[in-house]
Every structure is written in C-alpha cells, then in structure tokens.
Design a protein around this ligand. Structure first.
Ligand code: F6P
Length: 358
C-alpha cells in the first residue's frame, strides 16, 4: 500500500479532524513512506480532482479542532448517478480521480448519505473504508457515531441555561435541536438536561396531549416547562402524510419545522407564555468532547489497521465497547431511528417525561 486518499463528506461535526488524525498517525507509524492525499470538499473534490498531497505536519495540532481541515460539501446520493446540466458523469469522474491518483484505498468520513455513495463506489471496484460521523447518530450497525456525544453535551448545556430563564419568567420554553429524521440527539440531551417534554420524529405527538401535560404541571404547581423538540418532530396528523405531502404542507404554511406551530398551539390551548430557542448549527461547531476525541482516535486507528490488512468495502463501527466493522453493503442506506420501545425512551417515561404520543 503506497497511496491512500481521505475525504470528509456531508454536514461537518466535531471529531472529523480527530478521526483524520487517527487514520494518518497510525498509517505513518506503520508505513512511514505512505502518501496521504487529502481530497477537498468531499465527493466534490473526488469528482473534480481537487486534492493535495498531505504532509505529516498537516495532521498535527488538529485533535481538538472542530470542522474539517479537508472541507466538506453535500453531494446528495440520489443525484450521484444522474447526469445534470454540467454533463458530468460523477461516478466515472470519481473513478478517474481514484485511478489518476493511483490510490490503493479511500477513507470516507461521513453520515448516512455518504455511506450510500461509499457503497456505490465499492460496487464500482474501489477500495473503500467508511468512518461513521454525524451528530444524528443514525448510522445503522454502530452504537455511536463520532460527533454525537459532543452535540449531546452542547445541546444539554443549552437546555441547562434555559432552565433559569424559564423559571424566572414562568414560561414554557421550546428548544429545537437538530435531527430531521432521527431523534437520538434530542432524546439524549432532553434526558441529560431534564426536559419535561421531549418530542421526536419517531413518536408523533397529539397537540392535545401536550396541552393536558402542561395543565397537569400547573395543577402540581410546576411554574415552568422545558420542551426539547427535534427538528423533525411531527404531530400525528402530519405523520399520516407522505414525506412529500408533509414538506409541501409546511412550505404552504411557511414553516421549516413544527416548533413555532407547537409553541403557538400551546399558547392558544393553555394561555401559557411560550418562547422558542433554536441553537441550530451551534451544536455541530467547535471542539470535540473528550469522549469523541477518544472514539475518533479509536475509529481512525482501526480504519488504518484495516487498510494495512487489505480489508476494504467496510465501515468502522462501535459495538458495545469494541471497535469493529460492518460490510458497507449491509449497512448503507439503512437509517438507525429511535425504536419506540428503546430503553432510553422507557427511562425517560419512567422519570415522568412526556412524549405526547399517548
Ligand atoms: O446531518 C446532520 C445535520 O446537522 C442534521 O441534524 C440537520 O438536519 C442537517 O444536518 C442540517 O444540514 P445543513 O448543515 O446542511 O443545514
């Protein structure tokens, strides 16, 4: 193995640089003469041949840095096989760049969509190793993705800080947390931050149930309420719609998410004063937590060892306490959503958290 490539694709998250560093340091230790090519801006760089040979010093002092030193971009998987107005055959271009660079292996750091394209490139004969990143923690076959725990820490800090202002004003505060399809981040940070109500896409809510829960809290003299709302949370009526219909309906209503509507509905039904807080991309920014630095380093070094052994067509994963790998074809395209009966949901319910679903 003489030359390897590495790219980061999709939304950035804390721990990308720590993982890149883990891969590079382990490769240089085992193969001091190895060439590592950094592909710029995800699959865009692979399509357009935008890349550069990295130096060992490029991988120093990046363990704690947020974002990605390689840059990233969103290249939707569903468009990968389409020839668009620019007439570029993206798959052929990526294969050409891989061949021109004489890569023996390509490390691809990304989320669900990225793993689908990684699997496509595998099926086209490229030697691929995937590494699971995302604050959403929704990649099948791994207990955790890197970036998730840092985002949980940041979202929890936001919820913690909202408690005092909610209490002072006796308000219902809704904190919208990223996660369009999967509610893991909202569930974990909601539990960690002591949210009273948690709304996630996997458990569609009845607005009346939320109002009833708030009235019950008032009867118990609870002066304020914290609601953690996932970006993709939906009510039971919306859940009955197809995704396209739901998107259209929200477009017509001029809303990107349900959070403001939930807040307005609460005020209408109960008269309580509500406020919406959206930390948005803040939960994705900045330095990775110690947990993610360790996980990223374990993932990166493990990926390097796979490459050295010639094990390709796989994605690195954490199962229990062990770093391992799955075949890309077994995990690509399968989203890992919160099962309604998951132990974390049960734990939350046991501590009195309302999901609004029943
Ligand atoms: O996939 C990670 C994520 O942060 C999701 O939670 C969120 O829905 C999406 O990315 C936001 O995407 P963008 O950064 O492109 O706005």
């Amino acid at each position: 193995m003489k030359t390897v490539g590495i790219l980061t694709s999709g939304g950035d998250c804390p721990g990308l640089n720590a993982t890149i560093r883990g891969v590079a340091k382990a490769l240089y230790e085992a193969r001091p003469d190895i060439s590592i090519i950094g592909i710029r801006d995800g699959f865009y760089g692979l399509i357009h041949g935008e890349c550069e040979k990295m130096k060992p010093s490029d991988f120093s002092e990046i363990l704690t840095r947020g974002g990605t030193i390689l840059g990233t971009s969103r290249q939707p998987h569903k468009k990968m096989q389409k020839i668009e107005a620019d007439h570029i055959d993206k798959i052929a271009s990526m294969k050409k760049t891989y061949a021109d660079l004489k890569l023996d292996c390509l490390f691809i750091l990304g989320g669900n969509g990225t793993h689908k394209t990684a699997n496509l490139l595998r099926s086209e004969g490229l030697n691929i190793i995937g590494l699971p990143k995302t604050i959403d923690n929704d990649i099948f076959g791994t207990d955790y993705t890197f970036g998730f725990h840092t985002a949980v820490d940041i979202a929890t800090e936001v919820i913690d800080r909202i408690h005092t202002t909610a209490a002072s004003h006796k308000r219902v505060m809704l904190i919208e947390i990223m996660g369009n399809k999967a509610g893991w981040l909202t569930l974990y940070s909601g539990v960690a931050g002591g949210a009273d109500i948690i709304l996630i896409p996997e458990l569609p809510f009845e607005p009346d149930n939320i109002a009833k829960a708030l009235e019950k809290r008032e009867r118990k003299s609870r002066p304020y309420t914290i609601i953690a709302v996932a970006e993709g949370a939906m009510d039971a009526d919306e859940a009955r719609l197809k995704k396209k219909e739901r998107t259209l309906m929200r477009l017509e209503r001029g809303e990107a998410t349900a959070t403001n509507r939930i807040a307005a509905g609460i005020h209408e039904r109960t008269g309580f004063d509500t406020r919406v807080v959206i930390p948005g991309h803040i939960v994705r920014g900045g330095s990775p937590s110690a947990y993610d630095r360790v996980l990223a380093t374990r993932f990166g070094t493990y990926a390097a060892s796979l490459a050295i052994k010639g094990v390709f067509g796989v994605a690195v994963a954490l199962k229990g306490d062990m770093v391992t790998h799955n075949k890309l074809e077994d995990i690509a395209g399968i989203p890992k959503l919160v099962p309604p009966e998951h132990q974390m949901v049960a734990v939350a319910r046991e501590t009195g958290v309302i999901f609004g679903d029943n």
